[in-house]
Design a protein around this ligand. Structure first.
Ligand SMILES: NC(=O)c1ccc[n+]([C@@H]2O[C@H](COP(=O)([O-])OP(=O)(O)OC[C@H]3O[C@@H](n4cnc5c(N)ncnc54)[C@H](OP(=O)(O)O)[C@@H]3O)[C@@H](O)[C@H]2O)c1
Length: 269
């Protein structure tokens, strides 16, 4: 899966279906032992049995609701204590459709717990362990929605903007031997579209909808190519580089001892 020595166990959150289950399939076939995390024990057990049978790798499951502090602590402890773990795929996430003021605040809160708090705490446990061993990989599943307020998913998009920013900043702090990647899928055919109240994947323009196998294969190809940011549907990576360069151009003027001229109202000329 990578140019360097990342051969160990992969811990994948949200592995019971969708993108996480597809990562489990690909990483098992690449010879990685797996630890699969999600709430649905039946689905995790069935996937583990299938992949064990087909690939012969060792697979452990941790049933956990990652919005629950005790369950989350269990997974953090595994990342801290199990030195065979080389890869964290921080994938579990939920989305919520609809206008912010119409959304159920408990579901909004739970989405923040899963998409931000659990991702952060698991990355912290993994980053500490990987930094001590000077090897490992953290793959954070973000979303293109985090780049596009136009899509009007106020809180979901903000949680994904967090994941992308967080990954970019960790890149500046961790040794290059600890690999990092933020994957920014566009619309991908999974259950998230039913669970979020968006009307199901079938309601989307088929030209905008990627199959989950293609999505994960592209994300893993981006990882193998050493990308920090992978947008699987983006034809020309120079477009993201240009976007990032435009942002960087703001840096010298982000913090100065005087306000910009246009705001100095009422000041003598
Ligand atoms: N599909 C898309 O169009 C798309 C686009 C951009 C980004 N993404 C991101 O990709 C990631 C995976 O999404 P997906 O499309 O594969 O969605 P999915 O098919 O709905 O799968 C979500 C996974 O997360 C798990 N999960 C949900 N709540 C959980 C909780 N409280 N604790 C532990 N696990 C939980 C689910 O398992 P259980 O129900 O068994 O717990 C499931 O395995 C998410 O972070 C999502 O934001 C998806």
């Amino acid at each position: 899966m990578s140019k360097q020595d990342i051969r160990g166990t992969a811990l994948i959150t949200g592995a019971s279906t969708g993108i996480g289950a597809t990562y489990a399939d690909r990483l098992a076939r690449a010879g990685h032992d797996l630890i699969l995390v999600a709430r649905d024990t039946g689905r995790l057990g069935a996937l583990a049995a299938k992949l064990r049978g087909e690939t012969g790798v060792d697979i452990d499951i941790i049933p956990a609701d990652l919005t629950n502090k005790a369950d989350l602590a269990k997974v953090e402890a595994r990342l801290t204590d199990d030195s065979s773990i080389d890869i964290l795929v921080n994938n579990a996430g939920v989305a919520l459709a609809g206008a912010f003021v119409e959304q159920d605040l408990e579901r909004v809160d739970s989405m923040i717990q899963l998409n931000i708090v659990s991702v952060t705490r698991l990355a912290h446990a993994a980053a500490k362990a990987f930094a001590a061993r000077d090897r490992g990989a953290i793959i954070n599943i973000s979303s293109v929605v985090g780049l596009a307020p136009e899509l009007q998913m106020a809180v979901y998009g903000a949680t994904k903007a967090y994941v992308t920013y967080f990954t970019q900043t960790l890149r500046l702090q961790l040794s290059p031997n600890v690999r990092l990647q933020a994957v920014l899928p566009g619309a991908t055919r999974t259950e998230i579209w039913d669970r979020s109240g968006s009307g199901g994947a079938e309601s989307l323009d088929p030209n905008m909808l990627m199959e989950v196998d293609d999505l994960v294969d592209a994300a893993l190809a981006g990882f193998a190519q050493g990308e920090l940011i992978t947008i699987p549907s983006l034809p020309d990576p120079a477009d993201f580089t240009a976007y990032d360069a435009a942002r960087s151009k703001l840096l010298p003027n982000m913090s100065r001892n005087r306000s910009a001229e246009r705001y100095r109202v009422g000041e003598p000329a």
